[in-house]
Write a protein that binds this ligand. Structure first.
Ligand code: XIL
Length: 385
């Protein structure tokens, strides 16, 4: 890894600090810390990597990563449709590059994800003639997939999102409308955890989902992870994705979620953090990637840039979020952002395609936003764990 600068020059911050107008030349402001130095030993601090970064086509993102983060998750390249696009034909190239990049920079490597209802090809659930495969055949495919993927990165990937989003938002029950669970029921989940543990007994294993601040969904997830543990299977933590907004969830709801899982004996991780600045149509706050809406000009209000007052609101929101993370850091093992710069965020295309969102700590040009300074300051001022 390249030398980590102890002093980070953040020109963008000077504007805000002096209350100057953006048109005036900015004096460089020196902050005493990178993001990861500010976090210290409280928890790992991570980012999801887009495919362009993994291919070496995002030098700014790569630099931010090496300077500010110590954990990485692949945004896409380890998902089933990428890594086993056709039956028994694995495409490991990009996943291998992700792993090599992380090893070069001594990152904690997170695998995402082994079993999910999205980004999984239809053939997985079909016979050659298109009919639905048997229970036994599907279990066999699941086990073979996990053995191949986890086995390949044994000793390199520290932890796996074994199962992603198995629980419904509205009532906390298993998504039995999805083929994994329609065909296999809860056994799909137990089999996935078992296969992952067999393939790498030292790897941490996680259940990952969104909207865990919703008590009904959380109760369903809690029941599921307790069932996994009751089977005697390894499960190290619950991943809470953290696709949040300015006003939702409340800090109280975030704490309630931490408390419920940690009281039940599970560590928690924030695995996909971002804060959308854009309106959500029909009040949809979930992260189910197939839920898409039509665009309209009023739903994409900041195409020309984020107004200063909104920038400040985002900074305040991130400050309160990281204050609560610092408070719970004895039970929180990792905080991962879903991307590095606003340009790289999936929220530009979800739940409406082609909008301009501002959910992360660096802007489209890779310059630090006031929210980054706010996070660093709140961590520096918070009591040490
Ligand atoms: C997203 C990726 O960021 C996008 O590039 C892709 O088109 C869709 O999936 N929850 C998850 C992630 O667990 O895998 C999703 O990632 C975002 C929601």
């Amino acid at each position: 890894m390249t030398l980590i600068p102890r002093l980070v020059t953040l020109v963008g911050f000077a504007l805000l600090a002096c209350g100057t107008h953006a048109a005036e030349p900015a004096a460089a402001l020196t902050l005493p810390s990178t993001l990861k130095d500010a976090v210290g030993h409280r928890f790992h601090i991570g980012a999801a990597l887009g495919t362009d970064l993994i291919k070496g086509e995002d030098p700014r993102g790569e630099q931010l990563l090496a300077t500010h983060f110590n954990s990485i998750t692949p945004g896409n390249v380890m998902k089933w449709e990428y890594i086993q696009p056709k039956l028994d034909q694995f495409a490991f190239d990009l996943a291998d590059r992700f792993v090599a990049l992380g090893q070069r920079d001594r990152m904690q490597l997170i695998g995402h994800t082994l079993m999910w209802h999205s980004q999984t090809p239809d053939w997985v659930f079909q016979n050659a003639d298109g009919s639905e495969i048997s229970r036994e055949e599907l279990l066999q495919r699941l086990r073979a997939h996990i053995a191949a993927v986890v086995g390949r990165y044994k000793g390199k990937v520290a932890g796996w999102d074994v199962v992603n989003e198995a629980i419904r938002d509205n009532d906390g029950t298993l998504r039995t409308d999805k083929p994994w669970y329609r065909i296999l029921g809860e056994e799909a989940i137990f089999a996935a955890f078992e296969a992952a543990h067999q393939a790498d007994p030292d790897a941490e294993l996680y259940y990952n989902d969104y909207s865990l601040e919703n008590p009904v969904k959380r109760a369903g997830v809690l029941k599921l992870v307790q069932a996994i543990r009751a089977r005697g299977l390894r499960i190290d933590a619950v991943g809470s994705q953290g696709h949040w907004g300015l006003d939702w969830p409340t800090i109280g709801a975030i704490e309630a979620s931490f408390n419920d899982f940690t009281n039940a004996g599970f560590k928690v991780m924030i695995t996909e953090l971002d804060v959308t600045m854009l309106p959500r149509p029909m009040n949809y706050f979930g992260a189910e990637i197939s839920t898409l809406f039509e665009s309209a000009p009023e739903l994409d209000p900041y195409r020309a840039g984020l107004p200063e007052d909104k920038q400040a609101e985002l900074a305040r929101r991130y400050a309160e979020i990281f204050a609560v993370f610092a408070k719970h850091s004895h039970n929180l093992t990792r905080v991962t952002f879903w991307g590095t710069t606003d340009r790289s965020s999936w929220l530009n295309n979800f739940p409406i395609r082609g909008r301009t969102d501002y959910p992360l700590l660096w802007d489209r040009e890779g310059e630090p936003k006031p929210a980054l300074r706010a996070v660093i300051e709140v961590l520096r001022d918070a009591p040490a764990p």
